[in-house]
Design a protein around this ligand. Structure first.
Ligand code: ATP
Ligand code: MG
Length: 422
């Protein structure tokens, strides 16, 4: 029986808080997992950026990546490591690179999800290119923006087809506003999307492998207060629907880690953005929900590294489309998509693995989030984001919400009132 080290790599940019907590929790788990006659130990390392030989070996079994969507050196290293060295990475870099918000809307429409009416517009301006003039003269049709606005209906949203972080997103109430927003959109390719209004609930579902956490969200609140500490805001059936929607799209696109936004109107959940494959993971946004995310990442990455789960290189959409093209009503289709997603995420094996090897992760996480190290991680993130005179106040604010999580989590885990309330 040999001691074998499995290495988890963190590919990071501006992330401050979750990596500190993640590293500390993995350390505190003191894992020694018997597998295949060996004892598995785990090390976490932060990846560095440097020139690399395409044939050089890779130290990691799994990489949690936060750079692929914008930092291409890291993305290309990851792609080399998947192709050459069988690396498992959260998330599939090809899928992130090529499946933007636009493709996710198309996929969800094909699968029968109630996506609001959405149009794509050619851009207002172009980067000069050799064949541009002749191409546009021959083939670009003049169009009446006002007519498209009426087809989509007011109010609607104009937003980049591949957007993120609310950049270039405007709510449009009439033709004049639409013309103004389109004129200002420059070289971006934009969508017009019918507004889901009035909605009575905005929910975000965060998925990590087969694990889903559903949160109430208020887009109008200041950044630090958008995720709500709310319980019982959906029925058990609605929760299942939201979880199934999230798992379906994540499995469809090979995204192990994604955040899915839906609006409820008249009892129906309308997805408006399921393409967030590098979701906000900061304590300054997630606060109460932050420990759930860190723990979910720990569990899934340890499972992947320990079992040497194979990454899905190709997305294989055919089984989803077979269900989509059938005659069943949508709720039945959604259940079948979700079953497919559970197969792809090996949910049963994951649950068994956690029960056998990660029994203590709940308590270790709960304990860790009461330590000075955890508080320091919060403070560091607050320092990076807030002006100096607000650091103390907001550190206490987020820390207080994490302590409230400890109280509810402690009660849920039955850790006993004196410990849970400590
Ligand atoms: N069809 C819609 N109906 C109602 N509200 C919408 C719609 N589309 C967008 N919004 C609003 O605009 C916000 C930003 O839109 P969207 O999520 O598509 O852009 P984003 O740039 O990806 O933002 P984020 O980074 O928050 O995900 C949403 O959180 C929501 O409040
Ligand atoms: Mg969004």
């Amino acid at each position: 029986m040999a001691d074998v080290t499995r290495r988890i790599g963190l590919s990071l940019g501006a992330d401050v808080c979750w990596p500190i907590c993640y590293e500390e929790i993995v350390e505190r788990l003191k894992l020694a997992i018997p597998m295949g006659g060996d004892t598995l130990r785990f090390e976490v390392e932060r990846l560095t950026i440097e020139p690399f030989d395409l044939r050089q070996p890779v130290r990691y079994d799994v990489v949690l990546d936060r750079l692929t969507h914008w930092y291409h050196t890291s993305r290309e290293w990851i792609k080399k490591a998947v192709v050459m060295n069988d690396l498992y990475v959260l998330n599939n870099p090809w899928s992130i690179q090529s499946n933007e918000k636009h493709t996710s809307y198309c996929a969800m429409m094909r699968l029968g999800l109630p996506i609001p009416e959405t149009w794509l517009l050619p851009p207002k301006e172009y980067e000069p290119a050799a064949d541009l003039q002749v191409t546009l003269e021959r083939y670009a049709k003049f169009f009446d923006l006002g007519k498209i606005g009426e087809r989509v209906g007011y109010p609607h949203f104009i937003k980049p087809y591949d957007g993120g972080a609310w950049v270039g997103v405007s709510k449009i109430g009439n033709r004049a506003e639409l013309v103004e927003a389109y004129d200002a959109s420059g070289k971006r390719i934009m969508h017009l999307q019918s507004a889901v209004e009035p909605f009575d609930l905005f929910a975000r579902a965060l998925g990590v492998g087969p694990q889903v956490h559903v949160m109430k969200y208020d887009p109008a609140a200041p950044l630090h207060d958008r995720y709500k500490v709310a319980f019982d805001f959906v029925t058990a059936e609605e929760w299942q629907t939201l979880a199934n929607l999230c798992l379906t799209i994540n499995a469809f696109f090979g995204w192990d880690f994604n955040s899915c936004e839906t609006l409820r109107r008249d009892g129906v959940f309308h997805p408006i953005d399921f393409a967030n494959a590098c979701p906000d993971s900061q304590v300054t946004s997630l606060h109460y929900h932050f420990p759930w995310l860190v723990k979910a990442k720990v569990k899934w990455s340890i499972f992947v590294a320990a079992t040497r789960r194979k990454m899905r290189w190709n997305l294989d959409w055919a089984p989803f489309f077979e269900i989509a093209d059938g005659d069943e009503p949508f709720p039945e289709k959604l259940k079948r998509y979700a079953r497919l997603a559970h197969q792809r995420f090996e949910s049963d094996r994951f649950v068994e693995f956690c029960a056998e090897h990660l029994r203590h992760v709940d308590e270790v996480t709960w304990e860790f989030f009461g330590t000075p190290t955890a508080k320091e991680a919060v403070r560091k993130k607050v320092e990076a984001l807030f002006p100096a005179h607000e650091v103390e106040q907001f550190t206490e604010h987020f820390w207080g919400l994490i302590q409230f999580w400890r109280k509810t989590e402690g009660e849920y885990l039955g850790l006993g009132p004196e410990r849970a309330g400590a």
